[in-house]
Design a protein around this ligand. Structure first.
Ligand SMILES: Cc1cc2nc3c(=O)[nH]c(=O)nc-3n(C[C@H](O)[C@H](O)[C@H](O)COP(=O)(O)OP(=O)(O)OC[C@H]3O[C@@H](n4cnc5c(N)ncnc54)[C@H](O)[C@@H]3O)c2cc1C
Length: 412
């Protein structure tokens, strides 16, 4: 009889973990409290970003964040509230925002990212339904200060073996032929790729069905039966399920469910917005980040998606902040003057909660307390990018195999 693995959370991390565990021969069940159609793994910007080797916790972020706090249209915001979770998270973020941490984090993130990209290439060989494409990522800027920062980051990425081109204003417009750009230059990371997230989620669900994985939608995991440091049953709103292994992949909700597993996780949601314009013939052809506004722009098949803002908040904060949305619109129209995009209606605006750890590093590790528990969470703004590699490592950890990349930076 094959062993039973229960995945709590059916976002992209949970589904990729389910995929690789099923491939290893486990009898896999996925439990998700939602209908699995619209969470953080669906409306994101779809970028696969080996270029993103800098964790959110980095030198200068505290000072920049403080400045942004007083700007209602800024891309980064910490919602002030009296909460011990927020205070602890802030203190831990402060402790990690230094050069030493960044130097250790960068090669670890690069290796995880490169593995993930290879795995995406394997998926794309099988199926083209999710519009995987390797056009790189353009970091576009309008100020000398940002140019200097982006060139510096580009050099660090080059030192880690990534392909980077530094472009003048004219070179940007020669490369981006889909629409006019108004920038002073750009940095092109040729290693990056992109896809259509909703369509990838559909694809991976189909793969899971073929592999015989049971997917329990609208099923909230409320507790666990634990004996002698082993989880024997997953307790849900739709009954109890016996299990041999448990994977916690509950994104921004991880701290509350981890408590039931006798574990503290410091993690807060980083709320972000996106909206998608359908069937647009006139649009940028290469994914970009508009650096001064921290806005992501991704062409996806015939559509185009704009995403941005990072509001460190709590899971009940579902309000769409119109000022910050306006900040996204203004950036897009400043950088791409011919697009003339308008404020989307509230009902056409999507939001998602990025699961943000204070170190900026994902957690991919076996529990030290509970022998059959594995954590796969905290991927913040890189969950889509890192999901296949995370899923593969989860399966390796549970099967007792050596992991494809070192996991010492992904501990709790
Ligand atoms: C605007 C925006 C743009 C982004 N762009 C990118 C990008 O370009 N590239 C990139 O790599 N990443 C991007 N991200 C980040 C990425 O979307 C996330 O890192 C990723 O979706 C997190 O996946 P997850 O599976 O960990 O969490 P989720 O997708 O949130 O999944 C967790 C699941 O757990 C379920 N759950 C929670 N508690 C329970 C419970 N008790 N019982 C059962 N189920 C439960 C939830 O319902 C949820 O479905 C972006 C995010 C945002 C907001």
């Amino acid at each position: 009889m094959s062993k039973k693995a229960s995945i709590i959370g059916g976002g992209i991390i949970g589904l990729c973990s389910a995929y690789y565990l099923a491939k290893e021969g486990f009898q896999v069940s996925v439990f998700d409290k939602s209908d699995m159609t619209d969470g953080c793994s669906y409306g994101n910007a779809g970028m696969i970003v080996p270029s993103h080797i800098m964790p959110l916790a980095q030198p200068g972020m505290i000072a920049q964040g403080m400045k942004w706090m007083f700007d209602s249209q800024s891309p980064f915001y910490v919602k002030p509230r009296l909460s011990t979770d927020l205070i602890k998270w802030g203190m831990q973020f402060y402790q990690h925002a230094n050069k030493k941490h960044v130097e250790k984090a960068m090669p670890a993130l690069r290796d995880l990212s490169m593995l993930s990209k290879e795995l995406y290439q394997d998926f794309a060989k099988e199926n083209s339904s999710f519009f995987y494409d390797e056009k790189g990522l353009l970091m576009l800027f309008k100020t000398e200060k940002m140019a200097e920062e982006m060139h510096h980051e580009g050099k660090m990425a080059e030192n880690l073996g990534l392909g980077v081109n530094y472009l003048s204003k004219d070179e940007v417009s020669q490369l981006e032929t889909g629409t006019k750009t108004d920038v002073i230059g750009g940095v092109h990371y040729i290693s990056d790729a992109h896809l259509y997230p909703q369509k990838f989620m559909q694809f991976i669900k189909e793969q899971l069905n073929k592999l015989g994985v049971s997917i329990h939608k609208n099923t909230t995991v409320t507790d666990f039966k634990i004996n002698n440091n082993i989880v024997s049953e997953v307790i849900t709103s739709k009954g109890n399920f016996t299990t041999d292994e448990v994977v916690l992949a509950t994104g921004s909700w991880s701290p509350e469910i981890a408590k039931k597993l006798q574990t503290r996780i410091s993690l807060l949601p980083g709320k972000g917005y996106s909206f998608t314009l359908k069937e647009q013939s006139h649009k940028p052809s290469i994914p970009s980040i508009l650096c001064e506004g921290k806005v992501a722009v991704t062409p996806m098949a015939n559509d185009i998606r704009f995403g941005g803002t990072m509001e460190i908040t709590h899971n009940n904060d579902t309000k769409i902040n119109q000022n910050r949305l306006k900040g996204i619109i203004n950036s897009v129209n400043d950088f791409y003057p011919d697009l003339n995009i308008e404020m989307p209606k509230v009902e056409d605006t999507w939001y998602g909660f990025r699961p943000c750890t204070p170190s900026g590093m994902p957690i991919i590790t076996k529990s030290k307390k509970i022998t059959n528990l594995t954590f796969a969470t905290g991927h913040a703004m890189m969950g889509l990018s890192l999901a296949p590699a995370t899923g593969k490592i989860v399966a390796e950890l549970i099967s007792g195999k050596p992991t494809s990349v070192a996991t010492n930076m992904f501990q709790l």
